[in-house]
Design a protein around this ligand. Sequence first.
Ligand code: 6MZ
Length: 361
Amino acid sequence: TKEKKNWINSLAAQLQVSAMQMPLLKAMPKLELHAHLNGCVRTSTLLDLAVGENSKEKISNTDLESLIRKEDRSLTECFRLFPVIHALTTDHAVVTRITREAIEDFLLDNVVYLELRTTPKCNDLYGMSKRSYVEAVFAGFEAAGVMYKTDCDVQDGHRMHVRLLLSIDRRENAEAAMNTVQLAWDMRDRGVAGVDLSGDPAIGNWETFLPALTLAKELGVPLTLHCGEVSNPKEVREMLALQPRRLGHVCCLEEAEWRALLDSGIPVEICLTSNVRTESVSSMRDHHFAALYNAKHPVVLCTDDPGLFSTSLTLEFAIAATCFGLTNLELLIMGKSAINYTFADDKTKLILHGIFDDALQ
Ligand code: 6MZ
């Protein structure tokens, strides 16, 4: 954490955020709505797992080196690194550990509500099914002592609230996607709040996932879709037509799709660092966040993969402050508005409004 702190402080200096502002941004209550579990893993944990005696699946030194050296993170490189991370985060105990650690890191950043997303995995070698994978994530929630079920009381407002979204990976087939939606439905009262479609945008056909996503809509399972990380106007149009509750990224939209997005009013999860690092957006100054924000389109700042991109929500807020001139008050108001875009129940939303109202006083 000391290393991380130094890194964040030096980035803050580069960003010319005043020394006074960083602690204020950090102390501000924040919502994180777009974070992938295996993208949150600490470098120290990856190293620990890579050299640990329990590591049955070894990774090569070259792979380990590219996990640690963080300068190259194009979209292609990211999707080459995820299997390397997955090779280390295999068994139930490790899934529980990385979940607990991810929550601890968000807690340190004063995230008061977290929607963590992850792709449920089967692995016969470890006796793991999609369901037991999700149970291992819940064990991580328990270990971190956070509120994650829907039956919490207002007096629990001081503790972090967490929900789980189950991701469909674009490498999966129609049946696997259907299983994930069914699992999300079965576990809806246990902390699973929705379904996400993610994975390498260059892989998979939208049509494969449509039956599962349509079932989710019919069941009333909230949906968020990774949209437009690469140019694909047809897919973007079809995603908008499905009317998911939220969209992630929306970087590479043509004029017509951009207008359709604005008309739709669908909230967008903005991942500034991720989009620039993966080259979905050419530079921070060219990021479409400014256009969406100025058009008063609903937006929420998120980290995507804080481990992979060495970022934090505080840092993303600092970038928004520096590059787009947002004041602390504007950032706080943007966070409060995002309560309405969460997949949480009304009672939890009320608790969150209370936390933000206190901060706004
Ligand atoms: C699309 C991404 C992503 O699910 O194993 N993921 N999908 N675009 C991105 N932008 C950089 N970052 C992460 O976490 C890792 C998985 O999340 C998705 C990918 O499917 C990746 O394998 P989990 O916990």
